[in-house]
Design a protein around this ligand. Structure first.
Ligand code: ATP
Length: 348
């Protein structure tokens, strides 16, 4: 296993900087998610670590070694992509053992290691089947077994679960995490799915237009976004424009909301939709300050519901357990409040 470190890496395609001075490290044995909008450089970063793409500038280290001059096959990396393309005419066992045969491992050794890898992904019973005799989730497991059978130092996964339907994807997320923990392999994966990244990762990195805008443990990044982009990209955020006035934040439309002590003007503020309470009862003098909005739409999604609100022309969102929401008349006035500590400060 190895730590992977990316230091000041730049990659240009013509005039486009697909990676712009990116620095991030992936400590030994962790599970790391790379997130960002389409075209932000996630796959380029992963392929740069793998060695399919050479950097224009900067250093990539695996373990203590700088690997820029080391070709893909010598980097000891296991990979699994969205289009994992198993060989259709080969059995599951032969698919998994392919990388070992290329490395001229003995037949007995190949059998032993393929057996172990298939047990790990719980496909020991299906080693003689052909890929078309497996479900989508099982094929994904074969691809994973194939990626880890060579005992790589690092596992790179590019959108590994995006072809699966929602419930299978959730099962596979749990499976992937179990397997990663069991073998303790440093794993870096690219995903579009923020929930997936938050669920699986020990650390996430968020790319935007080739730059690593923020990296850290998911909870830390979620609770302390360093810019408005990250606050809105990772989960949802209601952005509040205003100025600090004593223990309140005076919004630009005049309303005041309580904030934690010590907040400074010169920042933008935000509140997550799930932290807001909503009521139809007009607040009294003695209530904590509430801000008024108009309910535009209530979107039912099983256990949870999203209320889309209009507040002086801008949209505000509240997410709550459906059963905790009062009967809210669409188009009617509602009052919103939240605990002071749920006002997030975003440094400008
Ligand atoms: P997505 O989520 O859509 O897969 P991504 O974040 O993985 O996107 P990349 O595939 O890394 O993004 O691409 C980053 C940028 O580099 C994009 O603007 C893309 O068009 C460009 N790019 C990637 N590969 C090449 C290439 N071989 N030649 C030219 N431009 C490229």
């Amino acid at each position: 296993m190895a730590e992977v470190a990316v230091e000041n890496v730049t990659k240009r395609f013509g005039t486009l900087k697909a990676l712009d001075n990116v620095t991030i490290d992936f400590p030994d044995g962790g599970f790391f998610g790379l997130l960002g909008p389409s075209g932000s450089g996630k796959t380029t970063l992963l392929r740069t670590i793998a060695g399919f793409i050479f950097t224009d500038d900067g250093t990539i280290r695996i373990g203590s070694k700088s690997v820029e001059q080391i070709p893909v096959e010598k980097r000891e990396i296991g990979m699994m992509f969205q289009n994992y393309a198993l060989f259709p005419n080969m059995s599951v066992a032969d698919n998994v053992g392919f990388g070992l045969r290329v490395r001229k491992v003995s037949l007995a050794e190949e059998r032993r290691r393929v057996g172990e890898a298939l047990e790990l992904v719980q496909l020991g019973q299906h080693s003689n089947r052909k890929p078309h005799q497996l479900s989508g989730g099982q094929r994904q497991r074969v691809a994973l077994a194939r990626a880890i059978v060579t005992n790589p130092r690092v596992l790179l996964l590019d959108e590994p679960l995006s072809a699966l339907d929602k419930s299978l994807r959730v099962d596979m997320q749990i499976e992937l995490k179990r397997i990663q923990r069991e073998i303790g392999i440093t794993t870096i994966f690219v995903t579009h799915d923020q929930e997936e990244a938050l669920t699986l990762s020990d650390k996430i990195g968020i790319l935007r237009a080739g730059r690593m805008v923020q990296a850290g443990p998911p909870r830390e990044v979620y609770n302390n976004p360093t810019d408005v982009f990250t606050a809105s990209f990772l989960g949802e955020a209601n952005i509040l424009e205003g100025a600090v006035d004593g223990n309140s934040l005076r919004l630009t439309d005049g309303d005041a909301i309580p904030i934690p002590k010590g907040l400074k003007t010169g920042a933008t503020f935000a509140v997550r939709p799930e932290n807001i309470s909503i009521t139809t009862e007009e607040p009294t003098e003695r209530d904590t300050p509430k801000i008024q909005a108009r309910l535009k739409q209530r979107v039912f999604a099983g256990a949870m519901a999203t209320c889309i609100l209009d507040r002086n022309g801008s949209t505000f969102k509240v997410i709550s357990r459906d059963r905790d929401l009062p009967q809210l008349p669409e188009g009617g006035p509602v009052w919103l409040s939240w605990e002071p500590e749920h006002t997030i400060t975003i440094p400008n």
